[in-house]
Design a protein around this ligand. Structure first.
Ligand code: AMP
Length: 497
């Protein structure tokens, strides 16, 4: 406690910290809180789980007074993160009795409007906040504290202009804090324009690698789903998160896991918000053990008890890999990240390895596993389609992307391939993937052996060109999911929400 007191936190927050039995400030708290309390603008490079909510909350709570209008505004990229940050701030502000209101899309706007009337602090996703601004539901003229949380993600999702519009509406005289896992050129532009002599702080460790084991299995494309089922049934786990790159794959994997009596629940940006909240709540309370999700669930969420992360698809953006694995091995607990790698993932895997050279991702021999049958339900096909147009859907979908409008009657067509030999939805999807130029390849032809047999050791290979033709042949043969048009793979990962 002594260390917290030295940081200059107000007594209200200190009391909460004492109740929570936090022993000492985290690195980001130690480095940023004194600057924030001095009134400085701060750019903090920090990841989820670093304790950043308390870091920015400390100043905001100390400098806010109940009933004096909205004084603090936090912008987050996703609804889930908005909800979580609002809950945390509410806890830290408990003894000061500040009203913290969360504002995000997918739920009733009227209820939010009523709450905004007496809010002291607002945590919002940009799209819904702009809706409130346009409807004159919110007065930002008292803002003296603005936080951009997970700013790089907000930029990735296309919120850059919206954030600028919001910032321009806030008073000039205010303190601005920017928290981001990475600081790109775009973010630097933002800080040049909107921040006052910001101090830059970064924290080295994103993931406690001493507690986190990382492995990968290299499996033939058509065995990918079967191997996942095998591992899920044989690994002793607490809470499990399975990541896919697209909503379609999330729906596909969820549905088929249920066919295998694994009661998985899906979370992605195309789902009704109340359902997303319900699933996350069930998961964090341990009522649901397995969730299948896009990267919407990788950022910021702090769910204790996640023992296993599966990457069913390797993320296109290497930073997402870090965010995904950061959902486990938290607060001193052990965790494992399991990458289920098939040819379509080689490019992404190579990129991840290239950017994280210090990471030790061990190859596991692929065990013998039973091939399970896979269902390609017609009723499933509509649900994930049509949302691939934008990464901004999380807060902006607002019914635009029902997908059914995009179907051009495809639902009535027969499936194009044998459903028993697949590990993803049909190939004529907007989100389809085809093999890309890859640096990663299995070392020997064993890699093409039948499913269930141990695979050869593989590792990134700068001479990847050599094997490309063969690999493409193999992928197209085994997995219609990989056989889309030339550029489809590039599109795949951009529609993650
Ligand atoms: P955050 O990065 O803000 O989402 O925080 C991640 C988790 O760490 C939350 O459950 C916080 O309550 C917790 N936490 C924050 N600061 C500390 C600390 N100094 N000691 C222990 N836990 C903390």
């Amino acid at each position: 406690m002594e260390k917290f007191e030295k940081l200059g936190l107000c007594e209200h927050v200190l009391k909460v910290i004492s109740n929570k039995k936090f022993e000492k400030p985290s690195e980001i708290q130690e480095k940023t809180i004194p600057l924030i309390l001095e009134g400085k603008d701060v750019i903090a490079g920090s990841a989820t789980g670093s304790g950043k909510t308390l870091a920015f909350g400390a100043g905001m709570i100390k400098n806010s007074t109940k009933g004096k209008g909205i004084q603090g505004l936090v912008l987050t990229p996703t609804r889930e993160l908005a909800e979580q940050v609002a809950q945390s701030l509410e806890e830290f502000a408990y003894y000061k009795e500040l009203e913290v209101v969360s504002v995000y899309g997918g739920v009733s706007i009227n209820m939010q409007r009523q709450k905004l009337a007496y809010a002291d602090i607002v945590v919002a996703t940009p799209g819904r906040l702009l809706d409130h601004m346009r409807n004159n539901n919110i007065d930002l003229s008292d803002i003296n504290f603005l936080v951009l949380d997970e700013a790089d993600r907000m930029w990735d999702m296309g919120f850059k202009d919206d954030v600028a519009d919001i910032v321009k509406t806030c008073p000039k005289e205010k303190q601005t804090l920017l928290f981001s896992a990475t600081i790109s050129g775009d973010l630097a532009d933002f800080s040049d324009k909107f921040m006052k002599a910001p101090v830059e702080i970064s924290v080295e460790t994103y993931v406690d690698t001493s507690k986190l084991k990382q492995v990968y299995y290299d499996v033939i494309d058509s065995g990918k789903f079967s191997l996942l089922v095998h591992l899920l049934k044989n690994e002793k786990a607490d809470l499990v998160m399975i990541f896919c790159n697209t909503r379609r794959n999330v729906d596909f994997v969820t549905m088929n896991l249920r066919e295998q009596d694994i009661m998985a629940h899906a979370i992605h940006g195309g789902m009704d918000q109340s359902k997303r909240i319900r699933v996350l709540k069930g998961f964090s309370e341990g009522k649901t053990n397995v969730i299948v999700c896009t990267d919407v669930a990788a950022r910021g969420l702090d769910i204790p008890g996640v023992s296993h992360i599966y990457n069913y698809d390797l993320p296109i953006d290497h930073r997402d890999y870090i965010h995904r694995i950061g959902r486990t091995a938290r607060a001193g607990a052990e965790g494992i990240a399991i990458n289920v790698l098939a040819s379509r993932d080689y490019d992404n895997f190579s990129t991840i390895l290239r950017h994280n050279e210090e990471m030790d991702i061990k190859r596991e021999m692929t065990p013998r596993f039973e091939r399970v049958s896979i269902k390609l339900a017609d009723d499933h096909r509509g649900s994930g389609r049509g949302h691939g147009r934008s990464r901004r859907n999380d807060d902006r979908g607002r019914g635009r992307s029902s997908g059914r409008n995009m179907s051009r009657g495809r639902d009535s067509r027969p499936p194009r391939r044998d459903s028993r030999n697949s590990n993803g939805p049909l190939r004529n999807s907007r989100n389809d993937s085809k093999p890309q130029r890859s640096n990663y390849r299995p070392r020997s032809s064993e890699g093409r052996s039948s499913e269930g047999k141990p695979m050869s050791r593989g590792r990134p290979d700068s001479r990847g060109r050599q094997d490309r033709g063969e690999r493409n042949k193999r992928s197209n043969k085994n997995d219609g999911f990989n056989g889309g048009g030339r550029n489809t793979a590039r599109r795949q990962g951009r529609h993650a929400e």
